[in-house]
Write a protein that binds this ligand. Structure first.
Ligand code: CP
Length: 311
């Protein structure tokens, strides 16, 4: 793997390789292992032009656990503020010989574009509404760990689908792994052509409850629309589409709930859902660290070293 730009870059075979390694890394971390020498001598740059808690800190932790040198740069503290372009920023950073650049950017296609100008591998850590492939990987690993397979599973994504890079990436990867993917939410937040990402639209909670083995909740991406014109309002959204105790009880007993975070309590879900034993939300975060350790190892050509160290 040269870069990880899109969920399209992940074949079924590659997914299962990442899955198997991630489960073993997660076990090692749970056993208290905090230092591996897999990426000694390698350098990872985290370059974030949008806010992040989970993705940024887990890539930082992943690099440090693997003994890489890790450089963190945020847009507000970079020379982009002085007018430097993204491509020039990347070309300059590339001269410092990083092995991987993890890039989050509000513009769709930015990671793909810069990948053509630099020697380092690029990981897309989220580009606008387009893609968030490591989120899709960690969501899929979480679900395969839970169910054993995604073959024949039915997964419904609820919320602001049109503005969500997570929905797009998840749909691509889940379908590749044999799942059927549905979407549900306000018409104003639905993609114009759901079939373009291979998902089917549901029209009621009753339908969601009937079909879903897993439900992924999304927040409303206020930063990607005119917040003053968002319809329905957050209050209305909570009433009409928010997951709560009553709606949770409508789902099949074995249906699980996921959320990529950050979640807004009282909008797309409430405390009953966060605290429910059907929630895999915090488990997703733990899995995310392991998945990102595997991704960095693969991109740096250190798969065999990782295997040795987690044997
Ligand atoms: N899920 C996700 O990308 O979270 P952050 O924005 O905190 O990285």
């Amino acid at each position: 793997m040269r870069h990880l730009i899109s969920a399209e870059d992940v074949s079924r075979e590659l997914f299962y390789e990442i899955y198997n390694l991630s489960c073993r890394v997660k076990k090692a971390l749970r056993e208290g292992r905090k230092k591996f020498s897999v990426l000694r001598g390698k350098c990872v740059v985290n370059l974030f032009f949008e806010p992040s808690t989970r993705t940024r800190s887990s890539f930082e932790k992943a690099g440090k656990f693997l003994s890489a040198d890790v450089i963190n740069i945020t847009a507000s503290a970079s020379s982009v503020k002085k007018g430097e372009t993204l491509i020039d920023t990347l070309k300059n950073l590339d001269m410092m010989h990083p092995d991987v650049v993890v890039l989050r950017h509000p513009c769709e296609g930015a990671p793909y574009t810069v990948s053509k100008f630099i020697r380092a591998s690029i990981v897309n850590a989220g580009d606008g509404r387009h893609q968030h492939p490591t989120q899709a990987l960690l969501d899929a690993v979480t679900l395969v760990e839970h169910f054993g397979t995604l073959e024949g599973k039915r997964i419904t994504i609820i919320g602001d689908i049109a503005n969500s890079r997570v929905a797009r990436s998840d749909a691509i990867l889940f379908r590749k792994l044999g799942a059927e993917v549905f979407v549900f939410g306000p018409s104003t937040m639905m993609p114009r052509f759901p079939e373009a990402i291979g998902v089917k639209r549901l029209s009621s909670f009753e339908e969601v409850a009937e079909v879903s083995d897993a439900v992924i909740l999304l927040r409303i991406q206020l930063e990607r629309q005119d917040a003053k014109k968002v319809f329905p309002s957050l209050k209305e959204y909570a009433e009409l589409f928010g997951m709560n105790k009553k709606r949770l009880s409508m789902l099949k007993p074995e249906t699980v709930i996921l959320h990529p975070g950050p979640f807004n309590r009282g909008v797309e879900l409430n405390n009953d859902v966060v605290n429910s034993d059907r929630s895999l939300i915090f488990s997703q975060v733990e899995t995310g660290l392991a998945v990102r350790m595997v991704i960095l190892s693969l991109l740096c050509g250190r798969k065999e070293k990782l295997k040795e160290e987690i044997a």
